[in-house]
Design a protein around this ligand. Sequence first.
Ligand code: SF4
Ligand code: SF4
Length: 375
Amino acid sequence: MFYSEYGKTGAMVSAVGFGGMQFDVSKTNEENAELLAYAFDKGINYFDTAPVYCDDRSEDIFGVAMKMMADKRDKFYVSTKGSPVAVDTADKAVELVEKSLKRMNLEKIDFYHVWCLRKMDHYNLAMKKGGQYEGLLRCKEQGLIDNIVVSSHLPGNQICDIMKKGEFEGVLLGVNILNFLYRWEGVQSAYSDGYGVVAMNPLAGGLIPKHEKEFAFLAGDGETPTETAIRFIVSCPEITIALMGFTTREHIDMACRIAEEARPFTMEDMERIQHSLSTNMNSLCTGCGYCRDGCPKNIHVPGYMQFYNNKPLFGKTDEQMIEQLKFELEWGILVEDTGRSGDCIECGQCEELCTQHLDIIRRLAEIAKMERAVK
Ligand code: SF4
Ligand code: SF4
């Protein structure tokens, strides 16, 4: 396992982090807690959870594990989260921190996330006078938390804008080998400004292991696509921690093995991936973003086209596409407040710019029908 400093916090954290969102809920809290102790023995020293994970049991599982690992408390870091939507006042933010501390049997949380910024409005809510951030500053003064960080589903340029303000020590974001072009600007900017960058969802929500055949083109020499995807995140110098949700000891073993054996991802590797995404995903959007600017209706064309990828890539049915669209509009790539697919006036500007020569106008018309079904 290798370790690097989380931004400028002085915390030396493991390249692989333990994500507490995939516990087997058919098992007891005690059985699940043993996974944390096992991961610690394998060299993992960053443990992440949140109040609602795993039927709201994850923080309690952490609580059992923290008792088991109490004698090593100065050797690992714990992170949890609070949403500015749920805690919209400073007092509520303090209460939630205190509740998490109690559930986890801790005296201090090392990294506390302003959780799940999906729109700039959520950021503004967290930062308003008397809001969550103010409460977290109070907690910091009282020694209840060490570092205030942020988790975000925003596109790269907006992550960049937030991190430039210097209010957070680091950022947690969903980045992986398939979507990195969409978020890379934020990753690079946060890294070069000296902040910690934690990547969640390194296997694209399980898509890559489930569709290894379709993603065979991603694989490096002697690797499976899953292994390459993990190596990509683990060995990118810009990414401090690759956060993985573990259910079994075998998952931990695989992640640690890849982290230990990982060859660095070089610029050439990055170019190879970029090239293979565009050549092997021939009728697919690569998220390159070239069509991003200039739509007279401010439609998020890359977001819509990446959503549409689900159809040719995984053969999703109309029903499944509508379900996916619901998710993307609420949580995913389409949360931004932009023009909607049905606003397209067919001017053709995006098609001219598209590096993949996609029939964007036709696809948007198809998506517009689905979007009407969502509402
Ligand atoms: S064709 Fe539609 S989506 Fe493309 S730039 Fe014109 S209005 Fe925007
Ligand atoms: S230019 Fe084409 S491939 Fe690139 S983001 Fe836009 S739609 Fe996708």
